[in-house]
Design a binder for this molecule. Structure first.
Ligand code: SAM
Length: 236
């Protein structure tokens, strides 16, 4: 799978994406997104941007679990953005959707047309690993944040403890592609997921990349025994 076309993986499986997330993470993904939102902790008047928003789960989680009233979701996949908009219509009568401003933008996270310094917080859940031009994306996020604005990144990882890492890698590399065939009708997206998590965990020094983009107060917190990790960083 070439790095240039990873987002095309998400178009064909967009409709099944949410189901996959919940099944393969045993329903823990919602808890991880809540951790992300609590960590970023926006105030009611603040503007939030969610990069690689997919079907908008982080956006809706912010609206449900934080006082934020103005949020934008960006994704490069039109199918994902369409599904996010359909969800917004479905949720429109919920109490937590009242008086909220939600915008969706079809764009590459590495080069958006949004105004510099317009967001108090930027989040990205399970997206940064898939982006080929991560340096440009981190520079873009830095540009879009206000001074002292917060960045919260959620990403898959591998457990540090070998007693957990070995069975987890078996699940990731062997069982998940088989389950993928059953749930999505194709092993390839889940094979790609396993490969990309392995590469991300062993090859990428993400804290250094964040520091190089200009961020300070960089903190990494392992979640669920290291299956996922939450990075927090602040614009200088
Ligand atoms: C694994 S999904 C994560 C969706 C969502 N954040 C969540 O928590 O479920 C990754 C998303 O990143 C998007 N994506 C990939 N490359 C991108 C890019 N360069 N710019 C913006 N979005 C991108 C994909 O289209 C996909 O919707």
């Amino acid at each position: 799978m070439s790095e240039q076309n990873t987002h095309f993986i998400f178009d064909p499986m967009a409709a099944k994406y949410d189901r996959c997330n919940h099944i393969f993470s045993f329903g823990v993904d919602g808890r991880w997104r809540k951790r992300l939102i609590r960590a970023v902790a926006p105030y009611p008047h603040q503007c939030v941007l969610d990069m690689c928003t997919g079907t908008g789960d982080v956006v809706f989680s912010f609206l449900k679990h934080s006082p934020v009233q103005d949020i934008t979701g960006i994704d490069i996949s039109e199918s994902m953005i369409n599904l996010a908009q359909e969800k917004q219509i479905r949720f429109s009568r919920r109490v937590w959707m009242r008086n909220k401003k939600v915008s969706w933008t079809l764009a590459d996270a590495a080069r958006t047309a949004l105004v510099s310094g317009s967001f108090d917080a930027v989040t990205c859940a399970f997206g940064i690993r898939n982006i080929p031009d991560r340096t440009a994306t981190l520079n873009e996020i830095y540009r879009l944040l206000k001074p002292k604005g917060k960045l919260g990144i959620l990403e898959f990882s591998l457990p540090a403890n070998p007693l957990f890492r070995i069975p987890y890698k078996f699940y990731l590399n062997r069982l998940m592609p088989l389950l993928g065939q059953w749930v999505v009708g194709d092993k390839e997206p889940l094979r790609y997921l396993a490969q990309s998590i392995g590469h991300w965990h062993t090859e990428v020094d993400f804290s250094t990349e964040l520091a190089r983009a200009g961020f300070k107060l960089i903190r990494k917190t392992p979640l669920s025994g290291g299956v996922a990790a939450l990075w927090l960083a602040v614009k200088r």
